[in-house]
Design a protein around this ligand. Structure first.
Ligand SMILES: C[S@@+](CC[C@H](N)C(=O)[O-])C[C@H]1O[C@@H](n2cnc3c(N)ncnc32)[C@H](O)[C@@H]1O
Length: 597
């Protein structure tokens, strides 16, 4: 097999010589225009020397081949309860080597490289990923106006940062000029620099030594990254063009540095534009959100974790991840028998099958072949997420588009597809004239869905403007009009619930808010396969609303006690979910406060 094929790559414009890492192309000279002649000569001399010793990123990627085991795989197998195996259609997969219990850690791995997202630039230390509480002492590099470190990391991190500060400083502008994602370029640079010999010596990468494990945590090395899969060939042309432009300028900025140390040769002189592009593709396929720690609920950083990247996606996952500073932990969310595949979810699983598949195809460049997507639609919970209730008297079955049952259907196919009931087998076809007497949406599910979409979009526009009173009216009307016509688990009904709950809370109506919250929890429990942090969040909201109601002025003692008990029960759910998904819970103090008498 062609080695490129094995790596899953189609290298487009990359020539065979550059793939070997021995070709220095024209882009390098662009960055040298403003260097003096003697400096140019010095650089050229170094280039000649490096031709003999340098092994480029592309070259390493090809040698390792994305289909084989990662270099540190044996190390991982010694501490984690799974091994890598090839599964048809899904490639390398993590397969349990024994029964794994819910809550067990299956991967604990330090990021090879990470960056804070630009919108959270000052919220985390760029060296240890520790939260920087507002007003806490920190050091912000005034030259690049990018790097921010906590006091503890400041000394070591700064001496390393100083070397690359000039390049870091240029990324904002490069990203703008190339219409390329700024965070992507920062992570590409961080990843390229993780190859640095001097970085390893300084121990800036972290507590452990790369390529080792300690205390059950694996510290992967750069060559593990090189064993990861990319889908560079499948990326959209405009993404590739923007990334190429960004990488060209990034390389130019790197080659302008004069480091006069081992990094000069290992990084500045050998890194090609194709290497950087390949790292960008690697980031695109493998980067994981991190930093949703403490009070924050959203990702604030992005990191590369080669062993976490061995886990395939499933729309019915049995594992979840949670980061703690630079370490990513993956835990089983339910018991997993020996020999079963361990999977996480890369996307929101409360979406119809076609939407999930589309998202994975467009953003992650693969066709999902997970257990949930492979089961027949008429037997899967997926039919409810896009189904309408059959209006044939006494039937109560679920109507779904026949196109949804097919593996792949074009948008036009979907729009023109007949709908069929899973119980009475009635067929409603948009291509045929509907019965003259009937004006009911039940006879035209395609119109029902399109009306519902329009109404929800209109209500959400008001909600986004924080006009909670008006939004509540619109959302309540929406639910009243479409409940009983769309399936109760339909994604459009589900999508209306959280904003409605938030409107109720904003308007001080905890009674209605908690009722809606229970409906959300009920839907999530029916659709998801086990505990998730999203579910814990809703239980937490529920607990808070019951606690608020227990505190209501003038409430009878009996009712107050009841709400106290319900709050306590909700917080207990949060505690048990957090124990599984995070290995610890933040609920202890809340629970002692809400303890019913
Ligand atoms: C982070 S990697 C996971 C490890 C990968 N299987 C490998 O061999 O390196 C993600 C890639 O694995 C494949 N993959 C993951 N989940 C999949 C699924 N449910 N169906 C099909 N392919 C999947 C896709 O090629 C995807 O881009």
């Amino acid at each position: 097999m062609d080695i490129k094929e094995m790596a899953g790559l189609s290298l487009g414009s990359t020539s065979a010589t550059s793939a070997s890492g021995l070709d220095f192309r024209d882009h390098s000279s662009a960055g040298m225009d403003n260097l003096s002649e003697s400096k140019k000569r010095k650089k050229q001399k170094k280039k000649k020397k490096s031709k003999c010793v340098a092994i480029s990123i592309l070259d390493q990627l090809h040698r390792n081949g994305a289909a084989s085991a990662l270099p540190s795989q044996k190390l991982a197998e010694a501490i984690f309860p799974w091994k890598a195996a090839n599964i048809p259609n899904r490639g390398r997969s993590a397969v349990a080597t024994r029964l794994i219990k819910a809550g067990e850690v299956i991967v604990a791995e330090q990021a090879v490289a990470f960056v804070t997202l630009s919108s959270y630039r000052t919220a985390l230390c760029h060296a240890c990923c520790q939260d920087l509480v507002e007003g806490s002492p920190r050091y912000e590099c005034s030259l690049c106006s990018y790097a921010v470190y906590c006091l503890e990391c400041q000394r070591d991190a700064l001496s390393w940062h100083k070397k690359w500060c000039h390049v870091v400083a240029s990324i904002k502008n490069i990203a703008k000029q190339a219409s390329c994602d700024e965070d992507l370029l920062h992570l590409v640079l961080a990843l390229a620099l993780s190859k640095s010999p001097s970085l390893k010596k300084r121990g800036v990468l972290g507590e452990g030594f790369v390529g080792t494990s300690s205390d059950g945590i694996i510290y992967p090395c750069f060559s593990d990254v090189m064993g990861l899969q990319t889908h560079h060939d499948k990326a959209k042309a405009d993404w590739k063009a923007a990334v190429r432009k960004g990488c060209e300028s990034l390389r130019e900025a790197i080659t302008q540095l004069e480091l006069e140390d081992e990094d000069e040769e290992t990084i500045c002189q050998t890194l090609t534009v194709e290497d950087l592009e390949m790292l960008a593709a690697l980031v695109n396929t493998n980067a994981h959100g991190m930093g949703a720690q403490g009070p924050r609920n959203t990702d604030s950083a992005l990191g590369i974790f080669p062993f976490v990247s061995m886990l395939n996606h499933s729309c019915r996952p049995n594992c979840c991840f949670a980061s703690d500073h630079k370490i990513m932990y993956v835990r089983a969310t339910r018991d997993v028998p020996k020999g079963s595949e361990l999977c996480v979810s890369y996307i929101n699983s409360y979406e119809p099958r076609a939407t999930r598949k589309q998202e994975l195809a467009v953003n992650k460049h693969f066709v999902c072949c997970c257990e949930r997507c492979m089961e027949p639609l008429h037997l899967s919970v997926d039919r409810f997420l896009e189904g309408c209730i059959c209006q044939v008297k006494g039937c109560g079955g679920v109507l779904i588009r026949t196109a949804s049952k097919k593996e792949s259907s074009s948008e036009a196919d979907v729009a023109l597809s007949p709908w069929e009931c899973d119980l009475c087998s009635s067929v409603l076809d948009p291509g045929l004239p509907s019965p003259a007497k009937s004006k009911a949406f039940g006879d035209k599910p395609w119109e029902l869905v399109s009306q519902a979409e329009g109404r929800l979009v209109a209500a959400m526009a008001v909600y986004i403007e924080r006009r909670f009173k008006e939004a509540r009216v619109l959302l309540e009307q929406f639910l009243a009009d479409f409940t009983g016509k769309l399936h109760p688990l339909h994604v459009l009904l589900f999508d209306a619930l959280t904003p409605l709950m938030n409107c109720c809370r904003a308007l001080g109506d905890a009674e209605e808010g908690s009722r809606i919250c229970r409906t959300i929890i009920n839907c999530l429990e029916k659709v998801s396969s086990g505990p998730t942090l999203e579910l814990a969040n809703f239980y937490y909201c529920l607990g808070e609303m019951h606690a608020e109601r227990a505190d209501t002025y003038g409430l009878s003692r009996v009712l107050a006690k009841r709400h106290m008990r319900l709050a306590h029960e909700a917080f207990e759910h949060v505690e048990s979910i957090q124990n599984v998904c995070l290995g610890k819970s933040t609920m202890a103090s809340r629970l002692s406060k809400q303890k019913p008498e």
